[in-house]
Write a new protein. Structure first.
Length: 103
């Protein structure tokens, strides 16, 4: 996979990558999708094989959502956690969203 990415997180034998449409250097600006332009990809760490790629609507209603962090929460119910900043400059807020672990 040669797509530029913004954030990554790894656990067990999986690597998750977060990409936004604005991640591609030199790319023409694309209109933002109705419910966001954030994509999550899951790869096999050993082979690099793409296991899954999905657009996420996490935090789509936030004003100016910007990905700031990606982590895997371990435990009895592992989750892929996504941190998003939102709001106007000088008054930014931070929110956490999660997806079920698919590994």
């Amino acid at each position: 996979m040669t797509e530029p990415f913004d954030l990554s997180a790894a656990a067990e034998r999986r690597l998750w990558r977060l990409c936004t449409s604005s991640s591609s250097p030199g790319a023409a600006p694309r209109p933002t999708a109705k419910r966001g332009n954030i994509h999550l990809s899951c790869l096999d760490i050993r082979t690099g094989e793409l296991l899954d790629r999905q657009r996420t609507e996490a935090g789509y209603a936030l004003d100016h959502r910007e990905p700031e962090g990606l982590a895997v929460r371990r435990g009895s119910e592992p989750r892929l956690c996504l941190g998003l900043a939102s709001g106007p400059e000088g008054a930014r807020r931070f929110s956490l969203h999660y997806k079920p672990h698919t590994g």
